[in-house]
Design a protein around this ligand. Structure first.
Ligand code: F6P
Length: 254
């Protein structure tokens, strides 16, 4: 039974890679919409991936969210531990403390005996303070680290779910509806074709920076995120997707 299940996921992974046109997909059992444990399984797969990449000595930029918090919660020390540097990919974007990138990088560093940096930016940020903060040396230091990261781990969410979770203004929510926003990742909202329809103004990784990052790893599961994941990958932004069976099956059958 076990072997056929493994090969079953291999088939699913290959189908997913073809459907989303990505280098690699990793699928774990279950549906994270129904069971938090599945997020932890996704997390274990992510941690195993980092270990297999011998991520030691590398800089890893990380976004927030409950999936990423679960990833952090199951991490264990890498071999030759000590030298991985975790940085938040973007400034606070309306998450609760436990799901904020700052909290998550601290946890990842603690669990892997690595190091971390914080990004202290208020949320939301006015245009004026944004421009001022960009000039702050301490902020510049962290944004440089983010831009030169070796690996980015980021979540993907359903656009309206995220806009509501961030208590966005009615005006923004109407705009997202008008623009048929489907997905959200690191503060960018995308329509079904994967075009950007809105961007949260904050410091950190920008879409164009992804090109220079060696490995971009998207981590998102749950059947409810199937359309969001498909939309995000329509313009092929990440190299690897770590997801669950329910999302994978829904994406393939869309
Ligand atoms: O707010 C940070 C973030 O990574 C978003 O970019 C993404 O849409 C969301 O969190 C995913 O959160 P969750 O894993 O809780 O669905």
């Amino acid at each position: 039974v076990f072997i056929s299940e493994i090969s079953g996921f291999r088939v699913l992974e290959t189908q997913l890679q073809e459907k989303l046109n990505i280098e690699q997909a990793i699928v774990v059992r279950g549906n994270s919409d129904n069971l938090d444990l599945v997020k932890q399984e996704i997390g274990k797969a992510a941690a195993a991936y980092l270990r297999s990449r011998q991520a030691n000595g590398q800089t890893i930029a990380v976004t927030g969210g409950t999936t990423m918090a679960a990833v952090a919660s199951v991490m264990t020390p890498f071999e030759n531990a000590g030298s991985c540097l975790f940085v938040p990919a973007r400034g606070g974007i309306g998450e609760k403390v436990e799901s904020q990138a700052n909290t998550i990088v601290a946890e990842m560093a603690k669990r892997t005996n690595g190091d971390y940096r914080m990004l202290y930016v208020p949320d939301p940020l006015s245009e004026q303070s944004y421009q001022t903060m960009l000039k702050e040396p301490s902020i510049q230091e962290v944004t440089e680290l983010i831009r030169s990261a070796d690996i980015i781990l980021h979540g993907i969410g359903d656009a309206l779910t995220m806009a509501n979770r961030r208590k966005s203004s009615e005006k923004l929510i109407d705009h997202l509806k008008e623009q048929h926003a489907v997905s959200e990742a690191f503060g960018y909202y995308f329509n079904s074709k994967g075009d950007v329809v809105h961007k949260v103004r904050t410091i950190g990784i920008q879409l164009e920076d992804l090109k220079s990052v060696n490995k971009v790893v998207a981590i998102a599961g749950g059947k409810s995120k199937a359309q969001a994941i498909t939309s995000y990958f329509n313009q092929g932004k990440a190299d690897l997707l770590i997801t669950d069976e329910a999302a994978a099956k829904a994406i393939i059958h869309e």
